[in-house]
Design a protein. Sequence first.
Length: 158
Amino acid sequence: MDHDSRLEAATPEVQARIRDSFDRQGLMRLLGARLGHIGPGTVHIVLPSQPEVSQQHGFVHAGATSAIADSAGGYAALTLFPQGSEVLTVEYKINLVAPAAGEHLEAVGTVRRSGRTLTVCQLDVFGVTDQTRTLVATGQQTLIRVDPVPDRADRPGA
């Protein structure tokens, strides 16, 4: 049984909303990241290890590691918000606890507390090779729920 099959899945409507938003993220597309599991209050993002996201020693760069952690937490929060809500990161802190190595990285965002305005998430990133998962980064994030944000192209002066 694979890791994600043991986890509760979000409703099809929530999954579609998360996938639609994720597909509009240029950075995730540029990095080659993809959505893994989408559940109530938890989202996994997978990033293949490839030269384009590496640093000089061959590990996945801390910027890429941090980016997938931030997005996983944001989408975890969004799974609990009503349709039409959006989310923005207020702050996050990440500790890089081991070199980011493996066939791919898997960022796991988990909601710890969801409020009317602010939500706090746990962020964990694992290096994955075969069935072995090694924690490479851990952190915490605060997000704010906001009204829908217009696409940049729709903003005056863009």
